[in-house]
Ligand binder design. Structure first.
Ligand code: PCA
Length: 212
């Protein structure tokens, strides 16, 4: 069966001219992956707009897998997110001017959802391509976490696997990673979700977390 994967990335925010997340998913989709149909959706950096758009795209496209990607400027490796929380707590206003503080994303919704992607196997697969990666236990409380939470909320029936990956700012002057590295890492992530996964030893599985 041909897998259908929805890849999302974000427009720029916080005064930046580019956002590597959308550039990376576009490049990956252009290059293509054999046997997998890749649909790209660019999301606005808006709590309400991005949540609505990703949910509508999931309903319309009915993908097997949703892999959302966003920028985490302070991180220097690719981080695979394990959990999304029901909290909007913004340090800066989003691109629509909204700055929710201490608010629930879904009123009365569950406190958190775990990624339904094979997160540790993804980290191992990305590392296997010589691109630095680790597991993250917090997607933050800004728009990325909101998109991950909503995608998991609407796929909680198990019909679709969903999750989120943060990428470093490859455009920063001190970046240790290139856009090509990120694309390589994301390709490994998609292949891990759709294909055979390496069995991890207990030692490997225990050494996945971010150390900073
Ligand atoms: N990163 C932000 C929102 C958009 C993006 O690329 C975040 O981590 O929430």
């Amino acid at each position: 069966m041909r897998h259908k994967v929805l890849l999302t990335g974000f427009e720029p925010f916080d005064g930046a001219a580019h956002n590597p997340s959308i550039d990376a998913v576009r490049t990956l989709a252009q290059e293509g992956i054999e046997g997998i149909s890749l649909e790209v959706l660019e999301l606005p950096v808006e709590f309400v707009g991005a949540g609505e758009l990703v949910c509508a795209a999931i309903a319309r496209i009915q993908p097997d897998i949703v892999l959302s990607v966003g920028l985490a400027a302070g991180r220097y490796d690719i981080t695979v997110e394990r959990v999304a929380v029901n909290l909007a707590d913004a340090r800066i206003a989003d691109n629509s001017g909204e700055q929710p503080v201490d608010q629930e994303l879904a009123t009365g919704g569950v406190a958190a959802y775990f990624s339904t992607l094979p997160v540790k196997e993804i980290v191992a697969a990305i590392r296997g391509t010589d691109v630095a990666a680790s597991l993250s236990y917090s997607a933050g409380t800004y728009v990325c976490n909101a998109v991950m939470y909503h995608a998991l909320r609407v796929t909680a029936d198990g019909s679709t696997q969903a999750g989120f990956i943060h990428v470093p700012d490859v455009y920063a002057v001190d970046s240790k990673m290139t856009l090509e590295d990120v694309v390589t890492g994301l390709r490994a992530a998609v292949l891990t979700c759709t294909g055979d996964r390496a069995e991890l030893s207990l030692e490997e599985a225990a050494a996945m977390g971010r150390e900073y």
